[in-house]
Structures are given as C-alpha cells and as structure tokens.
Design a protein around this ligand. Structure first.
Ligand code: 3HC
Length: 301
C-alpha cells in the first residue's frame, strides 16, 4: 500500500498499554476501538466512579452487539471487554506507552490533565489529545517534554468513521508522529497529517457548512426544511441529525472556538444557544414506523 505523506523515517514506539483519559462518549469509543484493534490492555479514568462505570458499560454493550451480529463469539467479546479497565485514579496510566485524552473541551482542563500525567508516566510516553478545536501547542506549552505531545483527532462514531487527523506542533518530535501513523494503520483508519491550526482540516470545512445552515435557521428556515433540502446532496447525515449526534453543547463550543480564531464566517447561532439553554438535547424522535422526525419543540423557537 502507498505510504501516507509525512511519515517520519524513525521507528514508531511499540504500544503495549494504552491510556484513555475520560470515560465520556468519545473516550469510551476510543477505548473500545483501541482494545478491538490493538488487543492490548486499555485503561480509562474519569472524575467519578459513576462516569467510569458508564464508560465501561458502553464498551461491554458494544462488544455484545458484535456477538449479536455474529462477528464475535461470546468468549471473544468477554476478552475484549476485559481488556478495558477503569479507575478514578490517574496512577493507572503509569505504565502506558501512549495516552490519549478525550476530556471536556476546555484548554485549562486539558492542560491540567497533561500536567498531572507528566508526573505519572515515563518521559517517553506519548501524550495525545483528541481535541477538535483547541491549540495542541498551548496544551503542551508548560510541560517538561512538549515534544511528546501530538493531536490525534477522531470522528464520532469512532468505530465507523475512517479518518483521523494527526496534528503536529512545531515542537512535536518524530517518534510520536511515526507512532500515530502506525497506530492509525493498526486501527484501520486513514490518517492525514495537519499543522496545529484551530480545528485542523475537517472541522474547518464541515463547520463552515454547519454554520451556514444554522444562520439560515436563525433567519427563518426551520430545521426540518434545512435538513430536507440538504439531504439530496448526498450527506450521510442531515445537518441537524449530525448536530444532535455530536451534541448541541459540544458543537456550539467548537463553533465558538472557530469563531474566536476565524471570525464571523463561523457563525454562532443564538437559536442553537437557546435550544441548549432550554435543555433541548433531543432534537429527533422516532414514530411507530421507525421513521425519524425533528421534534416540534425544535421548530417552535
Ligand atoms: N455508534 C456506533 N456505531 C454506529 C453509530 C453510532 N452512533 N451509528 C451507526 N453505527 C454503525 C452501525 O452499527 C453499523 O455498523 P456495522 O456495519 O458494523 O453493523 C454502521 O455504523 C453503519 O450503520 P447504518 O447502516 O445504520 O448507518 P448509515 O449508513 O446511516 O451510517 C454513519 C451511519 C456512518 C454514522 C453515517 O450516518 C455518517 O457517516 N454520518 C456522519 C457522521 C459524521 O459526520 N461524523 C463527524 C462528526 S464531527 C466530529 O466528530 C468531530 C468532533 O470533533 C466534533
């Protein structure tokens, strides 16, 4: 197969133990996919046991689905589920070769996670971030070893979406880049190497479309009409379906980051803000025939 562009000529680090920081949706999906494809122990953590347990249950459920689909035996599913363990204590990352954080998308939170990790892991452990819109350079700035930090950005749902963005900063060493490419191949993902610019490549392009849809929404095009009008373009998911899957607060947060960096072409919708403030997180409902409809509550603004 053709080698992707930008792979350094150094040996990748061998990854025998993976850490995922966080146990939310992206973190659990990442832990699942690392366990499924690398077949190595994966540790996850979160701020309380309830979150950790929710993450572990998600992983068990996803493996059980593969049994139902006839792709795994019960034993295989059990051993995959058993590869992932969880804790509220970050010392579980001590022996990890590669740790990826997927915690709340806030620069202060991410910097603190990396600072704590640096006290625990070996100086060679690679620290990756699944951020979609924050500066990887800033996240690494106060560390003793900023050269080990790399962006490794996956898309939701991680199990299905083929792309991963590998974002290097001006300080990232060659080994983390080579390792990210190597991991991407093992995870059966298609890697692209990007510079550390806000929202890398995909979200810069995708959110431009989403911002325009939301602007039309604010100008009076209701969500259902916008979705129906765009479906024939061949998008795998209509814009509001995608918004609902990513989660309105997360999507809004990413748009705000883009707005801060690139200005008004990344428009922040007051109507979407109002949906968030009214806690309208379920944009869709399913009728008896299984067809999905945008909920009327979304249209009444
Ligand atoms: N979680 C896990 N697996 C899922 C899933 C989900 N939410 N949704 C679908 N799947 C799986 C199904 O189980 C099925 O798996 P299988 O082939 O192993 O049985 C497979 O995906 C295909 O499912 P369907 O046939 O039901 O679905 P579709 O053909 O409708 O495809 C889709 C589903 C791949 C999710 C497609 O709708 C899609 O590509 N949507 C766009 C997703 C997208 O753009 N994501 C990026 C969001 S932005 C982002 O993540 C960046 C962040 O930083 C903000």
């Amino acid at each position: 197969a053709k080698k992707p562009a930008g792979v350094p000529q150094v040996r990748p680090r061998s990854v025998r133990r993976v850490g995922v920081v966080g146990a939310g949706l992206m973190a659990s999906q990442l832990a699942l996919v690392f366990a499924q494809q690398l077949r190595v122990p994966v540790v996850i953590s979160d701020i309380d046991q309830e979150r950790v347990d929710r993450g572990l249950s998600y992983i068990a459920e996803q493996n059980a689905k593969q049994v139902k689909k006839g792709r795994l035996t019960q034993d295989q599913a059990d051993s995959l589920t058993g590869l992932v363990t969880g804790s509220t204590d970050k010392s579980v990352y001590a022996d990890a070769d590669f740790v990826i954080e997927a915690v709340f998308e806030e620069i202060g939170v991410k910097k603190q996670v990396f600072a704590e990790l640096e006290e625990i892991v070996s100086p060679e452990t690679i620290l990756a971030t699944n951020t979609s819109s924050l500066s990887v350079t800033e996240m690494a700035a106060d560390l003793k070893h900023p050269e080990r930090v790399i962006g490794f950005h996956f898309f939701n749902p991680v199990q299905v979406m083929p792309l991963v963005e590998i974002a290097r900063t001006s300080q990232t060493a060659e080994e983390p880049i080579a390792t990210a490419f190597d991991l991407a191949a093992t995870l059966r993902k298609t890697p692209v190497l990007t510079k550390d610019t806000t929202a890398f490549v995909v979200n810069r392009l995708l959110l431009r479309l989403m911002a325009e849809v939301q602007k039309a929404f604010d100008h009076g095009t209701d969500a259902r009409t916008a979705d129906e009008a765009l479906k024939p373009l061949g998008l795998p998911m209509s814009p509001f379906e995608l918004l609902a899957m990513v989660g309105l607060p997360v999507a809004q947060h990413v748009t705000e980051s883009l707005n801060n960096s690139y200005g008004d072409r990344f428009y922040v919708s007051p109507n979407v803000q109002s949906l968030i403030e009214h806690d309208v997180t379920e944009v869709w409902s399913t009728d008896e025939s299984g067809a999905k409809h945008i909920k009327d509550s979304t249209l009444e603004l």
